[in-house]
Design a protein around this ligand. Structure first.
Ligand code: GLN
Length: 277
C-alpha cells in the first residue's frame, strides 16, 4: 500500500466516524507515525508504506475514530511557534491563547518577573521566556501531573521557568512580587462543558475547564488575591470566554482594579482582559 492509498483509506475511516477535519487528521497522523515532515510525506505519496508503519498508522487512526484528540495521540501541540508536549493531564494549548502571550509581551521589559497562574503545559510562561530572554518567571498549577508536563516542556525547549505546585497563590511566598501576572484559568460552567465536543469534554482535564457554577470563580479569586503580588506599575492579563467580558470587567472593577480593557482574538472574539492596580 502506498502512502497515498493508506492516507485515503484513513481519511475514509475518519469521515465514516464523523471526525471533523478528517483529511487534515489523516495527513497529520501519517506524518506522526512515519516521523516525516509534511513535505517529505507528500513527496513519498506514490511510494510503499512499510508494513510496520501501516500497522502503527491503523492503530493511531483507530484511536482518533474513538474521538481521542489528535494531540493526545501525537503527544504534542504547536503554540506560539514551538512544539509543546501534552498529555491528558494538561489542557491542550489553544491558538486563541496566543493573543494573551502577544499582549503580555508587548508590555514586557527586560528584567521583569512574570507569574503564570494555572500554567498547565506551561505554554504561556515558556513562550514568553523564550521570546524575551531578559524575563524571569514562575508558573503555578494545582496539579502535580500538569506541572510534570510543564517541567518537561521547559527542559526540552530550554526555558528557565520556576514551576511550583499549589492552588493559585498558595505556591507563592509572602511578599513575592511580579511585574506581569498572566492566566488562562478554567472558565467554563458545568452546563456549557456538557455541550462541548467529546475531544474537549471527555479528554481535556475537567479541572482545567471547570470555572464553577457560572464559570467565573477563578476571576473572582484572582481579582481578590492578585493585587498584593503585583508590583507598582505592573499589569495583569487574563484570558476569558468570549461572552464573559462584562462580568469579568465588573468583577475586576469591584475589586478595585484600574484601567480594565479588552483585546479580541484573531477570530474577532473577546479574549483577553488587561488590568492594572
Ligand atoms: N495555561 C494553560 C494554557 O493556556 C492551561 C490553562 C488551563 O488549564 N485552564 O493552555
Amino acid at each position: 500500500m502506498t502512502f497515498r492509498e493508506a492516507r485515503m483509506q484513513a481519511q475514509e475511516r475518519l469521515l465514516a466516524a464523523k471526525i471533523p477535519d478528517a483529511a487534515v487528521d489523516a495527513r497529520l497522523l501519517l506524518e506522526y507515525v512515519t516521523g516525516l515532515s509534511a513535505a517529505v510525506c507528500l513527496a513519498k505519496d506514490g511510494e510503499d508504506l512499510p508494513p510496520e508503519t501501516q500497522q502503527a498508522y491503523t492503530e493511531a487512526v483507530d484511536k482518533r475514530t474513538q474521538r481521542i484528540p489528535l494531540q493526545h495521540i501525537t503527544g504534542e501541540q504547536d503554540f506560539y511557534g514551538r512544539t509543546f508536549r501534552v498529555s491528558p493531564a494538561v489542557l491542550v494549548p489553544r491558538q486563541d491563547t496566543e493573543v494573551l502571550v502577544e499582549r503580555a509581551l508587548a508590555f514586557a521589559r527586560d528584567g521583569m518577573r512574570i507569574l503564570d497562574l494555572c500554567t498547565g503545559s506551561g505554554c504561556i510562561l515558556i513562550s514568553m521566556l523564550l521570546e524575551r530572554p531578559g524575563l524571569a518567571g514562575v508558573g503555578t498549577d494545582i496539579s502535580e501531573d500538569a506541572l510534570a508536563v510543564a517541567k518537561e516542556n521547559a527542559a526540552r525547549l530550554g526555558a528557565e521557568a520556576e514551576l511550583r505546585q499549589g492552588d493559585l497563590f498558595d505556591a507563592l511566598r509572602a511578599g513575592e512580587m511580579f511585574d506581569i501576572i498572566v492566566s488562562n484559568p478554567p472558565y467554563i460552567s458545568p452546563a456549557e462543558i456538557a455541550t462541548l465536543s467529546p475531544e474537549v469534554k471527555d479528554h481535556d482535564p475537567r479541572m482545567a475547564l471547570d470555572g464553577g457554577e457560572d464559570g467565573l470563580d477563578f476571576y473572582r479569586r484572582i481579582a481578590q488575591e492578585a493585587g498584593v503580588y503585583l508590583a507598582p506599575g505592573g499589569r495583569m492579563f487574563l484570558e476569558i470566554g468570549c461572552d464573559q467580558w462584562n462580568d469579568v470587567k465588573a468583577i475586576l472593577e469591584d475589586a478595585g482594579w484600574k484601567d480594565v480593557c479588552l483585546k479580541k482574538d484573531l477570530a474577532g472574539l473577546d479574549r483577553v482582559v488587561e488590568a492594572g492596580k
